[in-house]
Design a protein around this ligand. Structure first.
Ligand code: GDP
Length: 197
């Protein structure tokens, strides 16, 4: 897919204030600092479409971008940042649950996972929640340039073994780097595929 056009539309905290659900939508989410903003910018080839987070966990907004007038890319606030207050955490849950349950054009959630870390409880729990809600998702491993290809392979294999404990069918996964653009074409190709369905 060639990104001809990518533009910011809205930021808000309420699903009913999101743009009309008239196009397929792909939401990006992950633990704070996973590399979400960097990946969104790499995917869209825009230097600063998504703001890279100066203070992780601070912005709790649903950010909509329109891509090629064809689909929405959504930057959701990250989770798992230790310093976030209990109240902020509860608000995050409320907002994200409402979004996941009520956003009717949500085609797929891209769950971003740091490829360097062993499986983290917050990621596993979030994916279980998606499974329970019946929301389609893929796993997008980030920052693969930070280690050797063989280290990445080993870590991903371990991750998939862990996922196998819970899931009968493993979700699709992608290996990406915002720095080298690895995995960019594969992920955009996947979005193209789903858009054609
Ligand atoms: P966010 O909080 O998930 O939006 O994460 P950011 O996109 O702000 O990235 C967090 C940090 O990781 C920043 O210092 C980025 O420069 C760095 N980073 C993000 N993606 C990559 C990547 O693919 N490779 C490398 N080497 N660093 C990355």
């Amino acid at each position: 897919m060639i990104i001809r056009d990518a533009r910011f539309l809205t930021s808000n905290t309420r699903v009913d204030l999101c743009p009309p659900p008239d196009r397929p939508e792909y939401a990006f989410i992950g633990r704070s600092n996973v590399g979400k903003s960097s990946l969104i910018n790499a995917l869209t080839s825009r230097a600063s479409l998504a703001k890279t987070s100066a203070s992780p966990g601070k912005t709790q907004l649903i950010n909509h971008f329109l891509i090629n007038e064809q689909w929405y890319l959504v930057d959701l606030p990250g989770y798992g940042y230790a310093k976030v207050s209990k109240t902020a955490r509860a608000e995050w849950h409320k907002m994200i649950n409402a979004y996941l349950q009520r956003r009717e054009n949500l085609a797929c959630v891209c769950v971003l996972i740091d490829s360097r870390l062993p499986p983290q409880a917050s990621d596993l729990e979030f994916m279980e929640k998606l499974g329970e809600m019946g929301v389609p998702f893929v796993m997008v491993f980030t920052k693969i340039d930070k280690q050797s290809a063989s280290q990445t392979r080993t870590l991903i294999a371990t991750y998939l073994v862990k996922m196998n404990e819970t899931w009968d069918e493993l979700p699709r996964h992608f290996l990406t780097s915002a720095s080298t653009k690895a995995g960019r074409d594969e992920l955009l190709g996947f979005i193209d595929e789903v858009n054609q369905q």
